[in-house]
Structures are given as structure tokens and as C-alpha cells.
Design a protein around this ligand. Structure first.
Ligand code: ZN
Length: 351
């Protein structure tokens, strides 16, 4: 969602945040609502030479430096793996270690990086009057990393401002949360999110030889429903380049599970499979009690289980949430998908 024009629901939040004082903000909400994009826009506005009430001007030297990730007064603290994916520079020592394959990039925010940020707030000479530290996803700081940052967060030197963005605020140290002003991310309406997704999706940018596959409106609709209405999550699927295939697999998933067809899960990581099955379980249950499904179209769901099947669904839901807590490191992913599938078949076919 890294584009020049902010989505409307994010722009509204940015305008409101800019009217408020505060040197440390915590942007919190579930994944896919655009925390990073909002944090980035706020950082850019704070650093801009000619900001407006709507945010950064987008054309000054400062805005340009932020856009190309070289602004001397902006420190972005994120896991190394994410820095590499999003094109944010790493410090020289880290880059050397990764280049020489001494170790793999970290999925956590490392304490060394937090120490660098503390020294950035103390020593780096400011280009303008403000320095900004952006931390995302803040829940990827372990206790030591968070404590390293804590004192600076409490009493920032000079004109240092902090933006922490998180998709799991409950995992943050209470001391970190209490030192920030909280902002709860706003959910966009479904139609607004769908309109934005259409604008943000690729439109014929490919060459003649390799035409870009523009996902159909129906595919985008399926993906947004599958993402539970979280537009940035849906966009991540679009940006994978396989939007149509993912949408079709999603539509076929419920009936494939009812038949015990494990190939329907074969492209997913175990954690993604569990997430998909939790959504399926939710929807089958919803239909069973006369409510609307939330993640799948009604027509794609198998017939709801009978009365005794309700008990089966409850047990299945409990098992899935217990599996979700331990799914990061399955001993055998292939075996796990098979076991998830056979369990789903039993729950979906009980009479
Ligand atoms: Zn500017």
C-alpha cells in the first residue's frame, strides 16, 4: 500500500492525528488495516518542509528523501527480513553479515537495532527541527529490545517523535503502551475498501510479451471477503501476482474440505491453512444458526451439518484454536495438512 495517494480511510485518520499533540503514538489494530502506511505518512508529514493540514507536501527535499528511504532524521526500526523486503537500508555491519551469509535475516526487531536508534536520537545531526523513529511491527520487539527503547520513549531528547505501529498491541510491554498515545485503526467500509483495492491493483502495467493479469472485480471481491474486509491483507494477495488463482482456490476450499481433498490446502503454509479452516468453521457455524457467512460466499459453502453436527463444529473450533497457538513449528507440515483435512471432513459431514 506504498503509494503516493493515501486511501481515504487512512487520509481521514492522518488529518485527525496531525491536529493532535503528542511525541509518541501507538497505531494499533488487526493486520491489514494499513498501520504501516499511516505511520509512514505521519512520519513524512512531521518531517516535511511545507506540511499542510492533510499531511506532507510530497515535493520538497525532505519528502523526496523519505520516499527514497534516505532521510537522515528518520529511523525505521523493523525486523531485518522486513527491511530487506520493503527496501529499507540496514546498518553496514548487519548488511555485511547478511551478504556473507553468516546468518539469516532476523524476523524479530533486534536489540542492536534498538541501540542504534537510541544513539540516533542522541547524536545524529538533525536536517530540520524534528527527528522521527518509526517502529513496525512493534510487537516484534522482545522484552530486552523494548526495554532498550523505553527510556528514550519516556524522555525523548530534543524534538524526537515516535510512531509505533502494531498488529498485536496485547503483545507489547504494558510500559511501552503506557508511554504512547493510543490510536485505534479505523476499519474502512466494504465498498470503500473494494474501490481502493481496484485502484491499487495492477492495470495493464506488463509488457506485451508478459501481460499483467488484472484481477477481475469478482476476484477482488472474493479476496476482500477472504481477508475479513482488511484491504491491505487482500492487496498482499493481489501483489503476489496470483490473485485469480488464490480467489478460485478460496471459492473451492469449503467443498474440497467436505470431500477430504488435501490438495486444496497444498499451496498454504500450515499457519495459513489453520487460519482458512477457522474462517470456514466460523462460516459453517454462522449458516447453521441462520446468520450470514463472513469469509466465504454462501453458494461456495457445503450444506450445513445437521443438529448433531453442531457439537462436532464446536469441538472442531476448539481444536483449531488450540492448533493455531502451536502451528508456527509443525514437526511435519505435509502430515499436518493431511490431518487438518481429515478433521475438517469429519466436522463438515456429520449429520
Ligand atoms: Zn514535503
Amino acid at each position: 500500500m506504498n503509494q503516493a495517494v493515501l486511501a481515504l480511510w487512512l487520509q481521514t485518520q492522518l488529518t485527525s492525528l496531525l491536529t493532535q499533540r503528542g511525541h509518541a503514538w501507538l497505531l494499533a489494530g488487526p493486520s491489514g488495516l494499513g498501520q504501516f502506511e499511516l505511520a509512514f505518512a505521519l512520519a513524512k508529514a512531521w518531517l516535511c518542509d511545507n506540511p499542510t493540514p492533510q499531511g506532507a507536501c510530497g515535493v520538497c527535499g525532505s519528502c523526496h528523501a523519505v520516499d527514497v528511504h534516505t532521510h537522515a532524521d528518520l529511523a525505521v526500526l523493523m525486523p531485518e527480513l522486513m527491511s530487506l523486503e520493503l527496501g529499507w537500508p540496514l546498518d553496514e555491519k548487519t548488511q555485511d553479515e547478511l551478504d556473507s551469509k553468516k546468518r539469516k535475516p532476523s524476523k524479530e526487531i533486534k536489540v542492536d537495532a534498538a541501540r542504534e536508534v537510541v544513539s540516533f536520537t542522541q547524536f545524529t545531526r538533525s536536517r530540520g527541527t524534528t527527528k522521527v523513529v518509526l517502529v513496525f511491527p512493534a510487537e516484534r520487539m522482545n522484552g530486552i529490545t523494548a526495554n532498550t527503547l523505553l527510556k528514550t520513549l519516556e524522555e525523548p531528547p530534543g524534538a524526537v517523535k515516535f510512531i509505533l505501529a502494531t498488529e498485536a498491541a496485547h503483545q507489547l510491554l504494558p510500559t511501552i503502551r503506557s508511554r504512547c498515545l493510543g490510536h485505534t485503526m479505523v476499519w474502512p467500509g466494504f465498498d470503500e475498501a473494494l474501490g481502493w483495492l481496484q485502484t491499487a491493483s495492477p492495470h495493464g502495467q506488463g509488457s506485451e510479451k508478459i501481460p499483467t493479469k488484472t484481477p477481475s472485480p469478482a476476484d477482488l471481491n472474493t479476496l476482500l471477503i477472504a481477508a475479513g474486509g482488511r484491504p491491505a491483507d487482500a492487496l498482499a494477495w493481489v501483489q503476489s501476482g496470483h490473485a485469480t488463482a488464490i480467489a478460485q482456490s478460496w471459492k473451492a476450499l469449503p467443498k474440497a474440505m467436505a470431500k477430504g481433498d488435501v490438495t486444496a490446502l497444498s499451496d498454504l503454509l500450515p499457519s495459513q491453512a489453520v487460519d482458512a479452516l477457522q474462517k470456514l468453521c466460523h462460516d459453517v457455524w454462522a449458516v447453521r444458526v441462520g446468520a450470514s457467512p463472513r469469509f466465504f460466499c454462501l453458494a461456495d459453502l457445503p450444506a450445513a451439518p445437521g443438529m448433531s453436527g453442531t457439537f462436532g463444529l464446536a469441538a472442531w473450533a476448539r481444536e483449531l484454536s488450540s492448533t493455531a497457538r502451536t502451528v508456527e513449528h509443525p514437526y511435519n507440515p505435509g502430515l499436518m495438512l493431511e490431518s487438518l483435512t481429515s478433521r475438517a471432513k469429519i466436522a463438515l459431514s456429520s449429520k
